[in-house]
Design a protein around this ligand. Structure first.
Ligand code: TYM
Length: 338
C-alpha cells in the first residue's frame, strides 16, 4: 500500500481538513509508506496573495507536524518543489477528455455563473491532482467526501493511459499495465464536516465568514463563541439517528462530536436526547478546546521555525523526487518522447 494525499495552502486549516483528512493521514503512517503534499500549485488556481502564500505553506506543514505526522515516517513536501507533478500533469492533459472535466461538480460549484472568468488552471485542476497521485503510483488516497469525484477521474485517466499505450507498456515495462488505479479512502465518522451556519454547505476555508468554521489556530474563546452561535433548529433532540437525517445542523454537531470523541454518533445522540442544545454545545466546546487548542498552540510555535520547516520540506522533496522522477521518465518513454 502506498498512500498519497494533499492539502492546499489557501489559509485557515480547519476542522473539516482535520477530521476529513489529517486524522486519517496520521493513522495511516504507522503501517504504510505515506506521502503527504502541500499542494501549492493547486492553491494558485484562485488568487493567492504572494505575501501570504509562503506563510500558508508553513501553516499546513506546521499543521501536519502538530497533528502528529512524523517526517521520519512520512514524506512531507511542497508540490512546486517537485517539478515532476507539473510535467506529468501536461502529459495527462493529453490523455484526459474535455467531457470528463465538464462533469466535475467542484468546478461548477466554485465557478458558479462566472465560468468564463475563472482561471484555466481551476478547470484543469483535477488533472494536476491525477498527476500528483499517479506520479507515485499511489494505491490509496485518504480524502474527505468532496474529493471523491476527482479520485474517480484519476482512475479514468490511469485506465485510459493503460489502454491507449497497451503495446508500448508491454514492450517497455514487460507488464500489462503501467499506472495503478488509486482507491479513495473516505473513512471515519465525519467524511464531510458542514458549515456551522448552514448544515447543507461544507465547511470551507474559502467561505467569507469565519463563524462558519473552526480553524485549527482558533483560541478557546473563538471556539466557544462559534459553537455557541452555531445554527440549530427549535425541535428537541431525539434519540434515534433516523430522526435527524434531515436536521442537517444537528447532524453536523453530532458528527463532529463523534469525530472528536471517537464515540459512535448513535451513542452521542442518545446521551443528549431530550436535553437542551446548550448541553450538547457546551460539551462539544469542551472537547474541541481539549483537542484542537493544543494542536493550534503547537502550530503557532512551529510556524515561525522557518529553518525547521524548511528542512522538513527540502528533505521530503528529495525523497518524493526519487519516486516521481523514474515514473515520469518511464511515462515519457512509453509515449515516445524519450
Ligand atoms: P483541500 O485542500 O480542499 O482539502 C484537503 C483535505 O481536506 C478535506 N476536506 C474536508 N473533509 C471533510 N469535510 C470538509 N468540510 C472538508 N473540507 C476539506 C478534503 O476532502 C481533502 O482531503 N484537491 C484537493 C487537494 C489535492 C489532493 C491531491 C488530495 C491535490 N492533489 C492528490 C489527494 C490527492 C483539495 O483541494 O483538498
Amino acid at each position: 500500500m502506498r498512500v498519497f494525499s494533499g492539502i492546499q495552502p489557501s489559509g485557515n486549516l480547519h476542522l473539516g481538513n482535520y477530521l476529513g483528512a489529517i486524522v486519517n493521514f496520521v493513522e495511516l503512517q504507522n503501517k504504510n509508506q505515506c506521502i503527504y503534499c502541500v499542494v501549492d500549485l493547486h492553491s494558485i488556481t484562485v488568487w493567492q496573495d504572494p505575501e501570504k502564500l509562503n506563510r500558508n505553506i508553513r501553516e499546513i506543514t506546521a499543521g501536519f507536524i502538530a497533528s502528529g505526522l512524523d517526517p521520519k515516517k512520512s514524506i512531507i513536501f511542497n508540490q512546486s518543489s517537485v517539478q515532476e507533478h507539473a510535467e506529468l500533469s501536461w502529459l495527462l492533459n493529453c490523455v484526459a477528455r474535455v467531457g470528463w472535466l465538464n462533469r466535475m461538480t467542484q468546478f461548477k460549484e466554485k465557478a458558479g455563473k462566472n465560468k468564463e472568468k475563472m482561471s484555466v488552471g481551476l478547470y484543469t485542476y483535477p488533472i494536476l491532482m491525477a498527476a500528483d497521485i499517479l506520479a507515485y503510483k499511489a494505491t490509496h488516497v485518504p480524502v474527505g467526501e468532496d474529493q471523491k469525484q476527482h479520485i474517480e477521474l484519476s482512475r479514468d485517466i490511469a485506465q485510459k493511459f493503460n489502454i491507449d499505450f497497451r503495446d508500448r507498456i508491454l514492450k517497455i515495462t514487460n507488464k500489462e499495465e503501467f499506472f495503478i488505479l488509486p482507491e479513495p479512502q473516505i473513512t471515519g465518522p465525519v467524511t464531510r464536516v458542514m458549515s456551522l451556519r448552514d448544515g447543507k454547505k461544507k465547511m470551507s476555508s474559502s467561505e467569507l465568514s469565519d463563524m462558519t468554521r473552526i480553524n485549527l489556530l482558533d483560541t478557546a474563546d473563538q471556539i466557544s463563541s462559534k459553537i455557541k452561535k452555531a445554527k440549530t433548529d427549535s425541535a428537541s433532540i431525539p434519540d434515534k439517528m433516523s430522526e435527524i437525517e434531515e436536521r442537517y445542523e444537528l447532524m453536523n454537531l453530532v458528527s463532529i462530536y463523534s469525530g472528536i470523541s471517537g464515540r459512535s454518533k448513535e451513542d452521542v445522540l442518545y446521551d443528549f436526547s431530550g436535553k437542551q442544545f446548550t448541553h450538547l454545545k457546551d460539551s462539544l466546546t469542551e472537547l474541541l478546546v481539549q483537542k484542537i487548542c493544543p494542536i493550534g498552540n503547537e502550530m503557532k510555535k512551529i510556524i515561525n521555525e522557518k529553518e525547521y520547516i524548511g528542512s522538513i520540506l527540502i528533505d521530503g522533496a528529495e525523497k518524493a523526487r526519487a519516486i516521481a522522477q523514474p515514473v515520469l521518465e518511464e511515462t515519457k518513454k512509453i509515449i515516445g518522447l524519450a
